[in-house]
Every structure is written in structure tokens, then in C-alpha cells.
Design a protein around this ligand. Structure first.
Ligand code: DAH
Length: 341
């Protein structure tokens, strides 16, 4: 009697085990059939009441049923495990023959790009590209440019002095004019791009660190007409279109006459914005004919030679060309900004 109901119970479980669809269903049946509180376990508990002969026989039937059920459970579990493994393998395969992604490429900073464009332009016009030190002597940054110690023009350039005087962070690229004249002598056609530093409070149009491109040409009978020719060539090459310019008298001790060449603001087109300080014009190209004192101090005879010089604001130029309205972006190092170029 008891052995029959055990067998019936077992075949019921076996049938259900054979037809389960998911590992969760299988687990439910496992607990019911083979768990410590399952039906077969209940029967085992009652076996103590049987006489020894009967206990032995039923024990064998019970064990056989348990083994069958366990084998069936293990079989189905194996199936589910294998299926899961195959799915994982399908999902996680990697094609080792694909080329590696490699390092992400950056690109040149917009200032570097414009600088290189201008270098190429001036090289094609017969100019040499010179480099000068960022830590300069007081002599090259000021005195040799006709700015003696007590000259008010020194106050126009807030200077980072080093070691209490004599050395400084160059406030402009003009000292490279002096180095060029000293080293190469006349005739001379040179440009000098580079970083300059001013002890300024920073805002949308002022930075403590920015870029200029200095230019100088010394030859015989150089006139304002030559200067204007080169400045126009320069601006057309950069903006690749007509830009409105105006020439004002400008004072710089190292040129005479001196000019401010302004361009109409390309950010706002004239009405005024933070970049042009609401004036509609941007000072871009101060320039002039080299002051004879400057030539003389660098050992060049102003009776025989003369020339022009200019100091292009490279940072301003980049802001104009790409319509950047805050100078702080350029040195900020924010990739979200830089990736736009
Ligand atoms: N060095 C001047 C500055 O930073 C700019 C400048 C003006 C340069 C006139 C020149 C020049 O070569 O001729 O303010």
C-alpha cells in the first residue's frame, strides 16, 4: 500500500520535473519533492512506526524513488545551466581579429593653428620666424624699446617682476625685435609669435596670459605704404574676407609714427559687446615705423636703415575668427570648449 503511494508520488514528481520550463519552476518542485519538509521526507519520518521487515522494504522503495527524483532534478538543472552558459557565450563573444580602437586623437589648439597659418604666410613673404625667452630682461622688454625706467609707458603694461627686478615675464613679444636686430642685423624681416604675461585682473576680454605675434621689417626706404600693404595682406589671409578696418594714431615709444589698426568687431558686427568693450571696434594690430632710437640702441644706423613693426594680438584674433566671446575659454583647458574646433 505504502510503496504504491510512494511510487505514485514519485511518478507525479518525475512528470512535473520533465515538463518544467524554467530553473525557478524546477527549484519549486525540488523543494516540494526532495526538500527537508517535502512529501518524501514526511514519509521517512513516519517510518519509525513500521515493523523492522516492513521498514526495510519501504526504505528501499523510498530510497529508489528519492534517487530517481534526484537524478531527474540534476538532469534538468544541467540542461538549464548549459543553456544559460551558451546564451552568455553568445552575448559575450569578442572578435579578436578586429583592429584595436587605439588612442583617441586630439587636435591643435585654435591659437596654434592660427599661429602656424601666419608663420606660413610670412615665410612665403620672406620673413624669418624667431623665438624669444618668456622670462626676459628688463633691458629687452623695456629699455631697448625706448621705454626707460621712469617712462609712463611702463605703467601701461602691468608687469610680473621676478626676483625684485631686472628679470620679468615678458609683457609683449616686442623684445624679440631687439634680439632679432642684435643677432641678425639689417636688412631684417622677422616675426615672433609667443606667449606674453600681464598682471591684470581677469575678465571676458583680459587674461594674465595671452598670445601675440610680433613683426618687424628693416630695410632701406621703408614707408607707411609698405606697412599698410603687409597689414592688409595679413588680415585678408586670416579672415578670408573683407574686414572693415580703421587706422588711428597710437602711441608706443618704439615706433614713430605709431598707429592703432582696429577691425570692426566680428562678434557683434558693430553695435557693441563685451569683447569690443561696447565700442564696435577691436584693437588688433598696433603698428608703426620703428623709432630711430630703437634702431640705434641695437646698433643699426637710422640714417641708412628704417623699418616698420607691428604687434598682432593673436588671442584676440582667434576670438574674432571663431566668435569666442570670453578670452578665459582659451586657456581654460575645458575639453567641451576645445572639441568644437
Ligand atoms: N608691444 C605692444 C603691446 O603689447 C604692441 C605693439 C605696438 C607692437 C606697436 C609693435 C608696434 O611692434 O609697432 O602693447
Amino acid at each position: 500500500m505504502l510503496d504504491e503511494s510512494i511510487q505514485e508520488l514519485a511518478s507525479g514528481y518525475l512528470a512535473r520535473i520533465a515538463s518544467v520550463q524554467t530553473p525557478a519552476e524546477l527549484e519549486t518542485i525540488r523543494i516540494e519533492a526532495a526538500g527537508r519538509k517535502g512529501a518524501l521526507a514526511e514519509i521517512s519520518k513516519g517510518m519509525g512506526k513500521l515493523d523492522p521487515e516492513e521498514r526495510k522494504r519501504i526504505g528501499q522503495v523510498l530510497n529508489a524513488a528519492k534517487t530517481q527524483i534526484q537524478t531527474a532534478l540534476d538532469g534538468r538543472k544541467g540542461e538549464f545551466d548549459e543553456k544559460a552558459l551558451r546564451e552568455r557565450l553568445d552575448a559575450e563573444w569578442v572578435d579578436l581579429t578586429l583592429p584595436a580602437p587605439g588612442p583617441r586623437r586630439g587636435h591643435l589648439h585654435p591659437i596654434t593653428r592660427i599661429q602656424r597659418e601666419l608663420e606660413e604666410l610670412f615665410i612665403s613673404l620672406g620673413f624669418t620666424v624667431l623665438d624669444g625667452p618668456e622670462v626676459e630682461t628688463e633691458y629687452h622688454n623695456f629699455d631697448a624699446l625706448n621705454i626707460p625706467p621712469d617712462h609712463p609707458a611702463r605703467d601701461m603694461q602691468d608687469t610680473f617682476w621676478l626676483d625684485g627686478g631686472k628679470l620679468l615675464l615678458r609683457t609683449h613679444t616686442s623684445p624679440v625685435q631687439v634680439r632679432g636686430m642684435e643677432r641678425l642685423g639689417p636688412p631684417l624681416r622677422m616675426i615672433a609669435p609667443g606667449r606674453v604675461f600681464r598682471n591684470e585682473s581677469v575678465d571676458a576680454s583680459h587674461e594674465h596670459t595671452f598670445y601675440q605675434l610680433e613683426g618687424m621689417m628693416i630695410d632701406r626706404d621703408v614707408s607707411v605704404a609698405h606697412l599698410l600693404y603687409f597689414m592688409k595682406t595679413l588680415l585678408t589671409a586670416i579672415f578670408k574676407r573683407e574686414v572693415t578696418v580703421r587706422l588711428r594714431p597710437g602711441y608706443f615709444p618704439f615706433v614713430e609714427p605709431g598707429f592703432e589698426l582696429d577691425i570692426q568687431c566680428l562678434i557683434c558686427g558693430g553695435p557693441g559687446c563685451p569683447v569690443c568693450k561696447q565700442s564696435g571696434w577691436v584693437e588688433l594690430l598696433p603698428c608703426g615705423l620703428v623709432n630711430p632710437n630703437v634702431l640705434r640702441m641695437s646698433g643699426i644706423d637710422p640714417e641708412e636703415w628704417n623699418g616698420f613693426a607691428f604687434g598682432l594680438g593673436l588671442t584676440r584674433l582667434v576670438m574674432m575668427r571663431y566668435a569666442i566671446d570670453d578670452i578665459r575659454q582659451l586657456q581654460g583647458g575645458d575639453l567641451r570648449f576645445l572639441e568644437q574646433f
